[in-house]
Design a binder for this molecule. Structure first.
Ligand code: KG4
Ligand code: ZN
Length: 348
């Protein structure tokens, strides 16, 4: 018997809602998803303002839920399970999603499931045209996380390495800010980098030869700061583009080399790339080229599902339920986990 799962994402600056149907076998089916990005609202402040984010999630969630129900041609009463992002993320923003999910669950008399945001990212490539198979190495690169994981199945995640300071997305965002680019910085820096020479500035590749699978991006940010200050005295658009391209090249090189190392170390021939930075075209090109010569298959989420969205939350809940790992709860006593390491998500 299949279940209709409503997924709610509200951990940061995107409000996402989706409807997914579980299947007896195979990947759950995505029926509809809708997203509202708060980017324009936060742009004036140069970054996400948590209080504004929470208030906007409150405004958007119910209309988005109605939108996906209409798109899928489903009635509210047809929902079997309500899933929401329990963490990690901004506490206030998470509480909005948790509150709405539990209120809906209680009103409908349906159980509720709290989902790990990174598990959503990790499983999102299963909704692509070219879904992966277990086991695989996952490179999770978002605004808050940079991790390499070994994934053996739903809920079976082993941490191989992670950043000891800034996340890759943070490195993009902070460098973009130093270059006078707006928020969100990652896509803006990538766009400027298209016009630059990636070899123009010799920037550090921190921990590239550390022998382990950890990352560090704080030193890179300092190096970019030093170069950006020099450019302030002789403003030249081309040099800014060169610095953007060199920064992107440094981040991408570290991500690619460490991913290859993780593949060698685990002996696996499949790589899944997830999280917002996974939308970066340069990263995709370099990973594809490096993996092709090693016979490694690389899987990405659809571009629209790379950054935060409700589909990945509904999907992760549906895959957990399908795998029999977790039963949704019916007590509606919700809590959120703003800090929640993925490897603490043990399969029952
Ligand atoms: O996964 P995500 O939407 O949110 C978090 O869970 O953090 O990732 C957002 C991050 C931001 O740091 C953003 O700048 C970065 O992903 N990002 C990119 C690109 N698109 C989004 N970074 C580099 N190139 C891109 N094209
Ligand atoms: Zn995310």
């Amino acid at each position: 018997m299949s279940s209709l799962v409503l997924g709610i994402e509200s951990s940061c600056d995107e409000t996402g809602v989706a409807l997914v149907r579980t299947r007896e076998h195979g990947v759950p089916e995505l029926l509809a998803h809708a997203l509202h990005s708060q980017v324009a609202m936060h742009a004036d402040y140069g970054g996400v303002v948590p209080e504004l984010a929470s208030r906007d999630h409150i405004r958007r969630l119910i209309p988005l839920a109605n939108q996906v129900l209409a798109q899928a041609g489903q009635a509210l009463s047809a929902i079997d399970i309500v899933a929401f992002t329990r963490g990690p993320g901004l506490a206030g923003a998470l509480l909005v999603g948790a509150g709405v999910a539990c209120a809906l669950g209680a009103a409908l008399g349906r159980p509720v499931l709290g989902v790990h945001h990174l598990e959503g990212h990790l499983l999102s490539p299963f909704l692509s045209q070219d879904p992966p198979e277990f086991p695989f190495v996952a490179l999770l690169v978002s605004g808050g996380h940079t991790q390499l994981m070994r994934v053996d199945g739903v809920g079976r995640y082993a941490l191989l390495g992670e950043t000891i300071d800034d996340a890759a997305g943070e490195a993009f965002d902070k460098s973009a800010k130093l270059l006078g680019l707006g928020y969100p910085g990652g896509p803006a820096l990538a766009r400027l980098a298209e016009f630059g020479d990636a070899t123009a500035f010799a920037l550090p590749r921190p921990l590239l030869h550390s022998g382990d699978l950890d990352f560090s991006f704080a030193g890179l940010k300092t190096a970019v700061l030093t170069q950006a200050r020099k450019l302030e005295h002789q403003p030249c658009e081309l040099q800014r583009a060169d610095l953007a391209a060199s920064t992107q090249a440094a981040i991408v090189e570290v991500l690619v080399k460490k991913s290859l190392k993780a593949l060698t170390q685990t002996g696996l021939l499949r790589l899944v790339v997830a999280g917002g930075v996974g939308a970066n075209q340069r990263l995709r090109e370099q990973l594809n080229a490096a993996c092709a010569v090693r016979g490694v298959r690389v899987h990405y989420p659809e571009l629209a599902l790379c950054t935060d969205n409700g589909a990945m939350i509904a999907l992760a809940a549906a895959m957990r339920v399908q795998a029999g790992i977790e039963a949704p709860r019916s007590d509606y006593a919700f809590d959120v986990r703003p800090r929640w390491p993925l490897h603490e998500l043990a399969a029952a």
